[in-house]
Write a protein that binds this ligand. Structure first.
Ligand SMILES: [Zn+2]
Ligand SMILES: [Zn+2]
Length: 188
């Protein structure tokens, strides 16, 4: 039986020319995919932890496992937005942030986070920032900025942010779901 000849190179259909995402966009788009599972009346956030160009953990925000979802009234603080100002009283909020969930999933399964980077669809809040620092996170990449509502505390927040060896930088990509994900400006 005659050996089948390989198709000549020019006969192979080339995929459409497309923009291949760079690494930062790649990880941020995966964080956005994680965000699709977020369940919170406030911001909806996704995060991935990356070590040596490998994803070691992911997270999205919402109430702890097996508790009533935030959008079903599971979190008192989130459901009473008029009583609790944006960005405040997080100690009374039972929603676990995406960055916390990414760290905690790593802790749960014994994965070291030292020297890793985090890609989060929201700039980490006060609490997450200090936790990321103490977990040895080297650099933060975020999609949407988060500003502490109190000007004086914003200064402290910025001091905290400056502690990351690799800094805290924005990834400039389009977010088609920004209206759903970012509570500021949401009308419903
Ligand atoms: Zn919530
Ligand atoms: Zn947070």
């Amino acid at each position: 039986m005659p050996a089948r000849r390989l198709a000549a190179k020019q006969e192979i259909a080339l995929p459409d020319q497309r923009q291949r995402p760079d690494w930062d966009e790649y990880y941020m788009r995966i964080a956005m995919a994680a965000r699709s599972r977020a369940d919170c009346l406030g911001n909806r956030v996704g995060a991935v932890l990356v070590l040596d160009d490998r994803i070691i953990s992911t997270g999205y925000n919402g109430t702890p496992a097996n508790m009533t979802n935030c959008t079903d009234g599971g979190c008192l603080r989130c459901s009473q937005r008029d009583r609790f100002a944006s960005g405040k009283a997080y100690d009374l909020c039972i929603c676990v942030h995406a960055e916390q969930n990414a760290l905690l999933a790593a802790a749960r399964f014994g994965i070291a986070t030292e020297g890793s980077r985090i890609f989060s669809t929201m700039q980490p809040c006060f609490g997450c920032t200090k936790e990321l620092l103490q977990a040895g996170i080297e650099k933060v990449h975020y999609l949407h900025p988060w500003v502490y509502p109190d000007e004086q505390m914003q200064q402290t927040y910025q001091q905290l942010q400056q502690q990351f060896g690799g800094g805290m930088v924005a990834v400039e990509i389009e977010d088609e779901e920004a209206n759903w994900a970012v509570s500021k400006g949401r009308t419903e």
